[in-house]
Design a protein. Structure first.
Length: 231
């Protein structure tokens, strides 16, 4: 029961801020093509999309491609690697129900430089920045979501997708002292509306230093979800 409560407390729509679970509050961040300095670690996958990138804001841009990418099955036991597409449920305000969309993570960055980047981006978006504790650091995950088959309506849609962090077993991340650690996941772009194509944006979260044994789960709880291996 304690693990389930922590996971539910850690859930958050990527483009909305809220309070965290057991030991953290919300973390928000995004950016576009940020230079990675020497003191940050980078794990990335080359984008398979070769078309033109159309900027919309400092946080997100459109990567146009002709066809909807094929999505692979994923699970807690078999999470996706960077660059692999999965399917996740995204809320459709046009029809007031959930539709499945392809989503993937293309890069994960973390370290001291990322902490500073998140701080600056939060200031730009006028959102509150929660200082990481001594045993935490920020991570930025660059992600892409395909809206080609999503019903956006006349007003368009945000590039948000619900996501949260768990341990590799799908439960709350267990610490060495026997306690459990929770965090929130969010993206910075809360104002830009899109209509079609593949949207590139970023999500940010705090993670325990030195821990890469975690999953990023995308998709609404109780709906279609996909699973990505942490870095």
């Amino acid at each position: 029961m304690k693990k389930v409560c922590l996971l539910l407390a850690g859930m958050l729509c990527l483009c909305s801020g809220c309070s965290s679970g057991s030991s953290t509050e919300s973390s928000q961040a995004a950016g576009i093509s940020s230079a990675v300095s020497a003191d940050s670690s980078v794990v990335s996958a080359e984008s398979e999309v070769s078309a033109v990138k159309t900027p919309y804001s400092v946080f997100s841009y459109v990567v146009k491609e002709a066809e909807t990418p094929a999505a692979a099955d994923a699970s807690v036991e078999k999470p996706l690697a960077l660059g692999e597409w999965g399917m996740a449920a995204k809320y459709c305000t046009e029809h007031n129900y959930y539709l499945d969309v392809p989503v993937r993570i293309t890069a994960i960055r973390r370290g001291a430089a990322v902490n500073n980047e998140v701080r600056e981006l939060m200031a730009q978006s006028e959102q509150y920045f929660f200082e990481p504790s001594e045993n935490e650091e920020y991570a930025i995950a660059e992600y892409e979501i395909c809206l080609n088959d999503f019903s956006v309506g006349k007003g368009g849609t945000l590039c948000d997708i619900t996501a949260f962090i768990t341990g590799e077993d799908g439960e709350a991340l267990a610490l060495e002292d026997g306690s459990y650690w929770g965090t929130t996941v969010s993206c910075l772009d809360q104002e830009t509306y899109f209509y079609e194509g593949v949207i590139h944006s970023m999500m940010a979260f705090r993670i325990v230093k030195g821990r890469s044994d975690y999953l990023i789960i995308a998709g609404e709880y109780g709906k279609t979800q996909t699973f990505f291996k942490g870095q």
